[in-house]
Ligand binder design. Structure first.
Ligand code: HPA
Ligand code: ZN
Length: 333
Protein backbone atom coordinates (compact mmCIF):
# COMPACT_ATOMS: atom_id res chain seq x y z
CA UNK A 1 0.00 0.00 0.00
CA UNK A 2 1.24 3.51 -0.73
CA UNK A 3 0.89 6.33 1.82
CA UNK A 4 -2.51 7.50 0.54
CA UNK A 5 -3.87 3.95 0.66
CA UNK A 6 -2.48 3.46 4.17
CA UNK A 7 -4.21 6.66 5.30
CA UNK A 8 -7.53 5.55 3.85
CA UNK A 9 -7.16 2.13 5.41
CA UNK A 10 -6.28 3.37 8.89
CA UNK A 11 -9.08 5.96 8.83
CA UNK A 12 -11.79 3.31 8.62
CA UNK A 13 -10.30 0.83 11.11
CA UNK A 14 -11.92 0.68 14.57
CA UNK A 15 -9.78 2.65 17.02
CA UNK A 16 -9.60 3.59 20.68
CA UNK A 17 -8.45 6.88 22.13
CA UNK A 18 -6.81 6.71 25.56
CA UNK A 19 -5.21 10.14 25.98
CA UNK A 20 -7.59 12.98 25.25
CA UNK A 21 -8.24 16.05 27.40
CA UNK A 22 -11.82 17.11 26.76
CA UNK A 23 -10.87 20.74 27.52
CA UNK A 24 -8.24 20.40 24.78
CA UNK A 25 -10.93 19.59 22.23
CA UNK A 26 -12.44 23.08 22.58
CA UNK A 27 -12.35 24.41 19.02
CA UNK A 28 -11.90 28.17 18.45
CA UNK A 29 -15.44 28.38 16.98
CA UNK A 30 -17.07 27.13 20.19
CA UNK A 31 -14.63 29.15 22.32
CA UNK A 32 -15.64 32.40 20.60
CA UNK A 33 -19.34 31.49 20.68
CA UNK A 34 -19.24 30.81 24.43
CA UNK A 35 -17.11 33.91 25.14
CA UNK A 36 -19.84 35.97 23.49
CA UNK A 37 -22.63 34.10 25.30
CA UNK A 38 -21.07 34.75 28.73
CA UNK A 39 -19.35 38.08 27.97
CA UNK A 40 -15.94 36.58 28.75
CA UNK A 41 -13.10 38.81 27.54
CA UNK A 42 -10.50 36.92 25.49
CA UNK A 43 -7.40 38.46 23.91
CA UNK A 44 -8.61 37.36 20.45
CA UNK A 45 -10.70 39.34 17.94
CA UNK A 46 -11.40 36.46 15.56
CA UNK A 47 -11.22 32.71 15.12
CA UNK A 48 -8.18 33.23 12.88
CA UNK A 49 -6.42 35.10 15.71
CA UNK A 50 -7.09 32.21 18.10
CA UNK A 51 -5.47 29.81 15.66
CA UNK A 52 -2.52 32.14 15.13
CA UNK A 53 -1.86 32.19 18.87
CA UNK A 54 -1.35 28.41 18.89
CA UNK A 55 2.38 28.57 18.30
CA UNK A 56 3.98 26.95 21.32
CA UNK A 57 7.55 26.74 22.61
CA UNK A 58 6.93 24.13 25.29
CA UNK A 59 4.27 22.56 27.51
CA UNK A 60 3.80 25.64 29.72
CA UNK A 61 3.24 28.03 26.83
CA UNK A 62 0.43 25.72 25.68
CA UNK A 63 -1.06 25.27 29.16
CA UNK A 64 -1.37 29.05 29.58
CA UNK A 65 -3.67 29.22 26.53
CA UNK A 66 -5.46 25.98 27.40
CA UNK A 67 -6.55 27.33 30.81
CA UNK A 68 -7.46 30.67 29.24
CA UNK A 69 -9.62 28.90 26.64
CA UNK A 70 -11.35 26.81 29.29
CA UNK A 71 -12.51 29.99 31.04
CA UNK A 72 -15.45 30.23 28.60
CA UNK A 73 -16.91 26.93 29.89
CA UNK A 74 -19.45 28.00 32.46
CA UNK A 75 -22.88 26.34 32.36
CA UNK A 76 -24.13 22.78 31.89
CA UNK A 77 -24.85 23.25 28.20
CA UNK A 78 -21.28 24.48 27.54
CA UNK A 79 -19.89 21.21 28.90
CA UNK A 80 -22.52 19.27 26.96
CA UNK A 81 -21.53 21.05 23.72
CA UNK A 82 -17.84 20.40 24.37
CA UNK A 83 -18.34 16.68 24.97
CA UNK A 84 -20.93 16.29 22.22
CA UNK A 85 -18.66 17.78 19.56
CA UNK A 86 -15.78 15.51 20.57
CA UNK A 87 -18.00 12.42 20.51
CA UNK A 88 -19.25 13.36 17.03
CA UNK A 89 -15.58 13.50 15.98
CA UNK A 90 -15.12 10.00 17.44
CA UNK A 91 -17.89 8.80 15.18
CA UNK A 92 -16.25 10.47 12.16
CA UNK A 93 -12.83 8.94 12.98
CA UNK A 94 -14.26 5.51 13.86
CA UNK A 95 -13.01 5.86 17.45
CA UNK A 96 -15.29 3.15 18.82
CA UNK A 97 -14.13 3.58 22.42
CA UNK A 98 -12.69 6.68 24.13
CA UNK A 99 -11.22 7.09 27.62
CA UNK A 100 -11.65 10.81 28.13
CA UNK A 101 -9.78 12.98 30.64
CA UNK A 102 -11.30 16.01 32.31
CA UNK A 103 -9.67 18.48 34.73
CA UNK A 104 -12.14 19.27 37.56
CA UNK A 105 -9.83 21.83 39.17
CA UNK A 106 -9.74 23.90 35.97
CA UNK A 107 -13.44 24.49 36.68
CA UNK A 108 -13.85 24.24 40.47
CA UNK A 109 -11.06 26.84 40.91
CA UNK A 110 -13.35 29.22 38.98
CA UNK A 111 -16.35 28.40 41.20
CA UNK A 112 -17.96 25.89 38.83
CA UNK A 113 -19.24 22.84 40.65
CA UNK A 114 -18.94 19.14 39.77
CA UNK A 115 -22.75 19.05 39.36
CA UNK A 116 -22.48 21.48 36.39
CA UNK A 117 -19.78 19.79 34.29
CA UNK A 118 -20.70 16.22 35.18
CA UNK A 119 -24.32 16.80 34.11
CA UNK A 120 -23.18 18.25 30.75
CA UNK A 121 -20.71 15.43 30.12
CA UNK A 122 -23.23 12.75 31.07
CA UNK A 123 -25.96 14.17 28.83
CA UNK A 124 -23.66 14.11 25.78
CA UNK A 125 -22.31 10.64 26.60
CA UNK A 126 -25.83 9.16 27.02
CA UNK A 127 -26.98 10.71 23.76
CA UNK A 128 -23.98 9.38 21.78
CA UNK A 129 -24.44 5.95 23.32
CA UNK A 130 -28.12 5.94 22.42
CA UNK A 131 -27.70 7.38 18.91
CA UNK A 132 -24.80 5.25 17.62
CA UNK A 133 -23.58 3.05 20.49
CA UNK A 134 -20.54 5.19 21.33
CA UNK A 135 -18.47 3.60 24.09
CA UNK A 136 -16.57 5.87 26.45
CA UNK A 137 -15.46 6.32 30.03
CA UNK A 138 -14.09 9.19 32.10
CA UNK A 139 -10.68 9.79 33.71
CA UNK A 140 -10.54 12.51 36.36
CA UNK A 141 -7.14 14.23 36.16
CA UNK A 142 -5.50 16.18 38.97
CA UNK A 143 -3.52 19.32 38.12
CA UNK A 144 0.02 18.66 39.31
CA UNK A 145 0.97 22.34 39.64
CA UNK A 146 -1.57 22.52 42.49
CA UNK A 147 -1.07 20.91 45.91
CA UNK A 148 -1.82 17.32 46.86
CA UNK A 149 -4.31 18.74 49.37
CA UNK A 150 -6.24 20.29 46.47
CA UNK A 151 -6.20 16.93 44.66
CA UNK A 152 -7.55 15.22 47.80
CA UNK A 153 -10.32 17.84 48.06
CA UNK A 154 -11.14 17.14 44.40
CA UNK A 155 -11.34 13.39 45.00
CA UNK A 156 -13.67 14.01 47.95
CA UNK A 157 -15.85 16.39 45.92
CA UNK A 158 -16.14 13.67 43.26
CA UNK A 159 -17.69 11.18 45.73
CA UNK A 160 -21.27 11.47 44.37
CA UNK A 161 -19.98 10.92 40.81
CA UNK A 162 -17.60 8.00 41.28
CA UNK A 163 -19.90 5.56 39.50
CA UNK A 164 -19.28 7.64 36.34
CA UNK A 165 -15.50 7.86 36.79
CA UNK A 166 -13.22 4.91 35.93
CA UNK A 167 -9.76 6.27 36.68
CA UNK A 168 -7.74 9.16 38.02
CA UNK A 169 -4.92 10.85 36.13
CA UNK A 170 -2.22 13.48 36.60
CA UNK A 171 -1.59 16.31 34.14
CA UNK A 172 -0.45 19.96 33.77
CA UNK A 173 3.11 21.31 34.34
CA UNK A 174 5.38 18.29 34.68
CA UNK A 175 8.83 19.70 35.54
CA UNK A 176 9.21 20.28 39.28
CA UNK A 177 6.00 18.39 40.06
CA UNK A 178 7.09 14.73 40.33
CA UNK A 179 4.59 11.88 40.76
CA UNK A 180 5.68 11.40 44.40
CA UNK A 181 3.92 14.69 45.26
CA UNK A 182 0.62 12.78 44.77
CA UNK A 183 1.35 9.53 46.61
CA UNK A 184 -1.48 9.83 49.13
CA UNK A 185 -4.25 10.85 46.73
CA UNK A 186 -3.38 8.00 44.35
CA UNK A 187 -3.47 5.59 47.31
CA UNK A 188 -6.91 6.91 48.23
CA UNK A 189 -8.09 6.53 44.63
CA UNK A 190 -6.84 2.94 44.52
CA UNK A 191 -8.66 2.16 47.78
CA UNK A 192 -11.85 3.49 46.15
CA UNK A 193 -11.40 1.01 43.28
CA UNK A 194 -10.33 3.62 40.72
CA UNK A 195 -7.79 2.83 38.04
CA UNK A 196 -4.75 5.09 37.67
CA UNK A 197 -2.83 6.80 34.87
CA UNK A 198 -0.32 9.68 34.94
CA UNK A 199 1.49 11.94 32.50
CA UNK A 200 5.21 11.23 32.82
CA UNK A 201 8.25 11.52 30.58
CA UNK A 202 6.75 14.10 28.22
CA UNK A 203 9.12 16.87 29.32
CA UNK A 204 10.09 15.23 32.61
CA UNK A 205 12.97 12.74 33.06
CA UNK A 206 12.72 8.92 33.12
CA UNK A 207 12.76 9.14 36.95
CA UNK A 208 9.20 10.53 36.74
CA UNK A 209 8.11 7.45 34.77
CA UNK A 210 9.65 5.19 37.42
CA UNK A 211 7.85 7.28 40.06
CA UNK A 212 4.48 6.97 38.32
CA UNK A 213 4.85 3.19 38.03
CA UNK A 214 6.42 2.43 41.40
CA UNK A 215 4.84 5.06 43.67
CA UNK A 216 1.49 5.82 42.03
CA UNK A 217 0.98 2.25 40.80
CA UNK A 218 -0.38 3.42 37.46
CA UNK A 219 -1.84 1.14 34.79
CA UNK A 220 -0.60 3.38 31.97
CA UNK A 221 1.87 6.18 31.31
CA UNK A 222 0.64 9.19 29.36
CA UNK A 223 3.36 10.18 26.85
CA UNK A 224 6.44 8.40 28.28
CA UNK A 225 8.58 9.13 25.22
CA UNK A 226 11.60 10.05 27.37
CA UNK A 227 11.71 6.42 28.59
CA UNK A 228 14.14 5.90 25.69
CA UNK A 229 16.88 7.61 27.75
CA UNK A 230 16.94 4.87 30.41
CA UNK A 231 17.77 1.32 29.21
CA UNK A 232 16.72 -0.23 32.54
CA UNK A 233 13.35 1.51 32.28
CA UNK A 234 12.88 0.30 28.70
CA UNK A 235 13.64 -3.25 29.84
CA UNK A 236 11.13 -2.88 32.66
CA UNK A 237 8.38 -1.47 30.39
CA UNK A 238 8.88 -4.22 27.81
CA UNK A 239 8.54 -6.83 30.54
CA UNK A 240 5.63 -5.21 32.43
CA UNK A 241 3.81 -4.05 29.26
CA UNK A 242 2.68 -0.84 30.94
CA UNK A 243 1.15 0.99 27.97
CA UNK A 244 2.45 4.37 26.76
CA UNK A 245 -0.19 6.72 25.34
CA UNK A 246 1.90 8.57 22.78
CA UNK A 247 0.58 11.75 21.10
CA UNK A 248 2.55 12.52 17.92
CA UNK A 249 1.09 15.91 16.93
CA UNK A 250 1.23 17.08 20.56
CA UNK A 251 4.91 16.15 20.79
CA UNK A 252 5.88 18.13 17.71
CA UNK A 253 3.63 21.12 18.55
CA UNK A 254 5.21 21.34 22.05
CA UNK A 255 8.71 20.72 20.67
CA UNK A 256 9.37 17.48 22.51
CA UNK A 257 10.57 16.53 19.00
CA UNK A 258 11.53 19.25 16.51
CA UNK A 259 9.97 17.38 13.59
CA UNK A 260 7.73 14.34 13.18
CA UNK A 261 10.55 12.63 11.30
CA UNK A 262 12.47 12.61 14.60
CA UNK A 263 9.64 11.04 16.62
CA UNK A 264 10.71 7.87 18.44
CA UNK A 265 7.38 6.01 18.30
CA UNK A 266 8.64 3.38 15.85
CA UNK A 267 11.77 2.79 17.92
CA UNK A 268 9.64 2.26 21.04
CA UNK A 269 7.29 -0.04 19.11
CA UNK A 270 10.15 -2.08 17.66
CA UNK A 271 11.69 -2.45 21.13
CA UNK A 272 8.45 -4.17 22.20
CA UNK A 273 6.79 -1.47 24.29
CA UNK A 274 2.99 -1.32 24.31
CA UNK A 275 2.76 1.98 22.44
CA UNK A 276 -0.55 3.57 21.42
CA UNK A 277 -1.48 6.63 19.28
CA UNK A 278 -3.62 9.46 20.71
CA UNK A 279 -4.59 13.08 20.07
CA UNK A 280 -4.06 14.72 23.52
CA UNK A 281 -5.48 18.24 22.86
CA UNK A 282 -6.67 18.06 19.24
CA UNK A 283 -7.94 21.61 18.90
CA UNK A 284 -4.60 23.05 20.03
CA UNK A 285 -2.27 20.59 18.31
CA UNK A 286 -3.79 20.44 14.84
CA UNK A 287 -5.72 17.23 14.65
CA UNK A 288 -7.86 14.41 15.96
CA UNK A 289 -6.95 10.74 16.06
CA UNK A 290 -6.95 10.01 12.32
CA UNK A 291 -4.84 13.15 11.76
CA UNK A 292 -2.26 11.75 14.19
CA UNK A 293 -2.10 8.46 12.28
CA UNK A 294 -1.85 10.37 9.01
CA UNK A 295 1.03 12.49 10.35
CA UNK A 296 2.92 9.28 11.18
CA UNK A 297 2.26 7.88 7.71
CA UNK A 298 3.38 11.14 6.05
CA UNK A 299 6.62 11.47 8.02
CA UNK A 300 7.87 8.05 9.08
CA UNK A 301 8.67 4.85 7.17
CA UNK A 302 5.74 3.15 8.92
CA UNK A 303 4.39 -0.10 7.54
CA UNK A 304 0.88 -1.45 7.58
CA UNK A 305 1.90 -4.16 10.08
CA UNK A 306 3.18 -1.47 12.47
CA UNK A 307 -0.01 0.58 12.08
CA UNK A 308 -1.99 -2.55 12.79
CA UNK A 309 0.06 -3.21 15.92
CA UNK A 310 -0.60 0.36 17.13
CA UNK A 311 -4.35 -0.14 16.59
CA UNK A 312 -4.30 -3.47 18.43
CA UNK A 313 -2.22 -1.97 21.26
CA UNK A 314 -4.89 0.70 21.78
CA UNK A 315 -7.53 -1.93 22.52
CA UNK A 316 -5.14 -3.96 24.69
CA UNK A 317 -4.16 -0.87 26.69
CA UNK A 318 -7.77 0.20 27.27
CA UNK A 319 -9.92 -0.45 30.32
CA UNK A 320 -12.44 -2.31 28.13
CA UNK A 321 -13.57 -5.74 29.30
CA UNK A 322 -11.57 -8.53 27.66
CA UNK A 323 -14.51 -9.94 25.70
CA UNK A 324 -15.20 -6.51 24.15
CA UNK A 325 -11.52 -6.07 23.32
CA UNK A 326 -11.55 -9.45 21.56
CA UNK A 327 -14.68 -8.53 19.60
CA UNK A 328 -13.14 -5.28 18.36
CA UNK A 329 -9.77 -6.85 17.55
CA UNK A 330 -11.54 -9.28 15.26
CA UNK A 331 -12.80 -6.28 13.23
CA UNK A 332 -9.33 -4.92 12.44
CA UNK A 333 -8.38 -6.21 9.02
N1 HPA B 1 0.52 17.50 29.19
C1 HPA B 1 0.29 17.87 30.45
N2 HPA B 1 -0.85 18.41 30.84
C2 HPA B 1 -1.82 18.58 29.94
C3 HPA B 1 -1.64 18.21 28.63
C4 HPA B 1 -0.41 17.64 28.23
O1 HPA B 1 -0.15 17.28 27.07
N3 HPA B 1 -2.80 18.52 27.99
C5 HPA B 1 -3.64 19.03 28.91
N4 HPA B 1 -3.05 19.07 30.10
ZN1 ZN C 1 -2.07 14.95 27.88
Amino acid sequence: MNKEELKKWVSVQPKVELHLHIEGSLEPELMMELAKKHSVELPYQSIAEVRQAYDFQDLQSFLDLYYLGASVLIDEDDFYQLMWRYLCQCRADNVVHAEIMFDPQTHTERGIDFSVFMAGFKRAISQAKQEWGQSCLLIMSFLRHLSEESAIDTLKAATPYLSDITAVGLDSSEMGNPPEKFTEVFKMAKALGLKRVAHAGEEGPPAYIWGAVKTLDVHRIDHGVRSIEDPALIEFLVESQHPLTVCPLSNTKLKVFEHMQQHNILTLLDLGLLVTVNADDPSYFGGYLNDNYHALIDNLPIERSQLKQLLINGFKASFLAENLTETWLAEIN
